[in-house]
Design a protein around this ligand. Structure first.
Ligand SMILES: Nc1ncnc2c1ncn2[C@@H]1O[C@H](COP(=O)(O)OP(=O)(O)OP(=O)(O)O)[C@@H](O)[C@H]1O
Ligand SMILES: [Mg+2]
Length: 335
């Protein structure tokens, strides 16, 4: 088939005088096969014609069936710690991809206006229109009390679905502050889509903001990534207080700690070894600390800079192996 049969979704929408959203939704739910990923997704003109005629493309060219046949778990997990740079975004992406590889239907949600998760997953936040991001979805809710994440969710080049962020998300803080029941906005927006996924992983900002509160209220469980450094260990205590406050204030009385994930461990450093055992001694009787530890690895940092998961960038390396082990450890109780 000639390469010029391939069109971008926008070009196909123009050529066939249909809305871009109609084609994007069909591409998203598998009725219209695509080639490439993210914004580079291309469609064949003959497939577009078949889709417009028959509502989906002919058997044999249909998207593969969902990997899991069991009802979705619909579990929402926030990845949170007030301290910056502890591996929240890295862990959200790589755990999400590792769970996806185990057959779980995964949705990532980027609630940080730094958009690190969005770009680490291979999307360019600057190319997204406001209504294609969480900002647009929150705006729709705060202005019209309507939720419509279906139009926002994209399949990322990392291979899992994502609700992307944009820098505009920083503008929502004030809007949320003025909003009635402001802690429940994310929960309300996620409610119609979460039941279609096994796992929804929410990446959060390193701040005590309305958006972080929203994530803790929407979540069933929290993963806390900490570096083995004194400041991170102290902020672990603060994070535990915050979870406790969310429970006691009845905003989310059943919020559970999924586990503390020790990241960026350099096993050669004595300080790291001491703090690692201190975390285990200080907290393990009360707190679940994952057996899986994420070691410091240049491949993990490189993968993020290349906008890929480490499972894609260095699938056989220690980083990918560790995140696969974490996915196995977390999903053991569901399997
Ligand atoms: N295990 C690791 N080994 C090496 N580098 C890592 C590892 N985990 C994360 N990094 C790097 O550390 C930096 C911070 O990681 P990340 O962005 O995941 O932290 P964060 O907690 O999300 O930060 P923020 O609070 O700013 O959102 C990134 O450059 C990332 O590539
Ligand atoms: Mg981050």
């Amino acid at each position: 088939m000639a390469a010029d049969d391939l069109l971008t979704l926008k070009a196909a929408a123009e050529q066939y005088s249909v809305t871009y959203d109609r084609l994007r939704r069909a591409a998203w739910d598998g009725r219209l096969p695509t080639e490439g990923t993210g914004h580079a997704r291309l469609v064949r003109s003959e497939h577009v014609e078949t889709f417009l005629r028959e509502g989906r493309v002919v058997p044999g060219r249909e998207a593969p069936p969902p990997k899991r046949t069991a009802p979705p778990l619909g579990k929402i997990i926030a990845v949170a710690l007030l301290k910056g740079g502890t591996g929240k975004t890295t862990s959200t992406l790589n755990l999400g991809v590792a769970l996806g590889q185990r057959g779980y239907r995964v949705l990532l949600v980027d609630t940080d206006h730094q958009c690190s998760l969005t770009s680490a997953a291979g999307l360019n936040p600057a190319e997204l229109a406001p209504e294609q991001t969480l900002f647009g979805a929150i705006q729709l809710w705060t202005t019209q009390l309507r939720e419509d994440l279906h139009n926002v969710i994209q399949t990322s080049p990392a291979g899992v679905d994502i609700v992307p962020a944009s820098i505009r998300l920083s503008l929502t803080e004030r809007a949320l502050h003025l909003q009635n029941r402001r802690e429940y906005v994310l929960q309300s927006i996620l409610a119609p889509v979460a039941p279609q996924y096994d796992i929804v992983l929410i990446d959060t900002q390193p701040a005590s903001s309305n958006l972080v509160h929203n994530a803790l209220v929407a979540a069933h469980e929290v993963i806390i990534p900490v570096e083995p450094e004194q400041l991170a260990v102290e902020s672990l205590g603060l994070m535990l207080d915050q979870i406790d406050e969310v429970r006691r204030s009845r905003l989310n009385p059943h919020l559970k700690l999924c586990g503390v994930l020790v990241t960026q461990v350099d096993v050669r450093m004595t300080l790291h070894r001491d703090l690692l055992s201190e975390i285990r001694e200080q907290f393990s009787s009360d707190l679940p600390v994952f057996n899986t530890v994420i070691r410091r690895s240049s491949k993990i940092a490189e993968s993020q800079a290349r906008h890929q998961s480490v499972l894609q960038y260095d699938p056989k390396g220690s980083g990918a192996t560790a995140y696969r082990a974490l996915a196995e450890e977390i999903s053991r109780e569901w399997e």
